[in-house]
Design a protein around this ligand. Structure first.
Ligand code: 4AD
Ligand code: MG
Length: 430
């Protein structure tokens, strides 16, 4: 019977066949220990000279890393293995012999690994990170589906930019100019007026010249948008959502978190409600901590975010930023027009901003005034203005950066390991 490593628990004491690659190997005179991987997991297979043909034993003993095979044997419980099971091999059928696999079990430099990303993905650590990414995506769909959101797919090729024009990727669209989407938000606002509560999950592109551990050129965003939801209600949704994905990863990715040696006590604390502080109070806090390089009206850099986050063991919302430094569509605080109803959610442990969100302007005249201030008079934004013309309602939304969230929950240092094929400054290959 053909099966997979992930199904081992169901196959205990049965003889099964698994299609697998050799990840690593150890052998002594009469026994070979093969570390197998099949994509679903990792497992040790034990080949005893006395149990197999001489040909099979020699094959096992001399097998090279990443050689592919069909391997047959009995699945037995093994408490020493992190996975809980191992295979007692009776037969091996070679599929393809790999020679000189470049990524050996010894240490390699980052640039070397990045050049070999197409192969590096096979490693145990990368496998664990991608499985956590997959779990966050799965839990995202579960969370929004059970709360009656409709999944909406905004376009990737766009004529209107959401987050300002400096970081756009331009492309030809026949005789017109188009951009790769920076955010689906404007389209999601239109969709929220049609479906009430919507969310998207898709790639976004920013030609940012930032070379930091938090920035990718192409990253994936989850963007919910809700009609009849104000700023405070949106924060409640955000903390419920982030708690849900953190707890899902804790429950469903135990093995992966163990491979990554993630301190899970830090993740256990990620439960709503999250602390909220205003931008004003954050400035005061930073001044108290001795930061004299920041003044009211300036945006925070990552050292500032990290210093604020250190104060809390949960993610923290920084709310009500100055109007001047935020996007044109954010609704001013009704009590104070110099700040807007927005929040950035800052992850603990120095992982930085994982969510940006706000209540949107719903008043036609105010939106028209903002267009003028931002020089957005072209036809590209005409349709967006019309959303305020026909049954405008209070509405809010936010965007969660998937890769930063994966980095945080997995405890990996750099976002380059959190997406299968990262697009970075100076890196378009593989
Ligand atoms: O704060 P941002 O720019 O917000 C928006 O795009 C809104 N239109 C979202 C919305 O309200 N629908 O981006 C949202 C999140 C950030 O908090 C961050 O997690 C992530 O996207 N992000 C990046 N992740 C990786 N690399 C980059 N260059 C990123 N830029 C933003
Ligand atoms: Mg932001």
């Amino acid at each position: 019977m053909k099966t997979t490593i992930s199904k081992s628990a169901k196959n205990v004491e049965q003889t099964v066949t698994i299609g697998a690659w050799l990840a690593n190997k150890r052998s002594s005179g009469k026994i070979a220990f093969l570390q197998l991987r099949d994509g679903t997991g990792f497992m040790q297979a034990v080949v005893a000279k006395s149990d197999v043909s001489e040909e099979t034993f020699q094959l096992a003993k001399n097998m090279t890393q990443e050689t592919s095979m069909y391997i047959t044997g009995k699945i037995v419980e093994d408490t020493r293995s992190p996975f809980g099971y191992e295979m007692q091999v009776s037969e091996i059928k070679l599929i393809h012999e790999a020679t000189d696999y470049p990524i050996t079990p010894k240490e390699h430099g980052t640039e070397f690994l990045m050049d070999h990303r197409h192969l590096w993905l096979r490693s145990k650590r990368q496998h664990a990170v991608m499985k956590i990414r997959n779990e966050i995506i799965r839990a995202t769909y579960e969370f929004f589906n059970k709360n009656d959101y409709v999944k909406i797919d905004p376009p990737i090729l766009t004529g209107s930019s959401a987050e300002g024009t400096t970081e756009l990727f331009h492309t030809k669209y026949f005789d017109e100019e188009a951009y790769l989407s920076q955010s689906g938000q404007l389209y999601l606002e239109a969709a929220a007026m049609a479906f009430g509560k919507v969310f998207s999950f898709g790639p976004t592109f920013r030609a940012e010249k930032s070379k930091t551990r938090r920035h990718l050129i192409e990253f994936w965003m989850i963007e919910p948008e809700m009609a009849f939801v104000d700023h405070d209600e949106s924060l409640n949704i955000q903390e419920e959502y982030v708690s849900f994905i953190a707890q899902s990863v804790l429950t469903n990715c135990k093995l992966e978190l163990a491979v990554l040696e993630r301190d899970t006590s830090k993740l256990e604390m990620i439960k709503a409600p999250f602390p909220r502080i205003t931008y004003d109070d954050a400035i005061t806090l930073l001044k108290d901590k001795g930061f004299d390089d920041i003044e009211w009206g300036e945006d925070f850099g990552s050292p500032h975010e990290t210093a604020i986050a250190e104060h809390f063991d949960k993610p923290v919302f920084i709310t009500n930023y100055p109007t001047e430094i935020k996007a044109f569509y954010m609704k001013p605080d009704p009590d104070r027009s110099d700040v807007v109803l927005c929040a950035d959610l800052i992850a603990p442990e120095g992982y930085g901003e994982i969510i940006g969100g706000s209540q949107r302007i719903d008043d036609l005249q105010l939106m028209e005034a903002r267009y003028k201030e931002h020089g957005l008079t072209s036809d590209a934004y005409k349709w967006y203005l019309e959303l305020r013309k026909y049954g405008s309602v209070p509405h809010s939304g936010f965007g969660l950066g998937l890769e930063r969230t994966v980095a945080w929950l997995s405890g990996v240092e750099h976002v380059r390991e959190t997406i299968p094929f990262p697009r970075l400054l100076n890196r378009l290959y593989p």
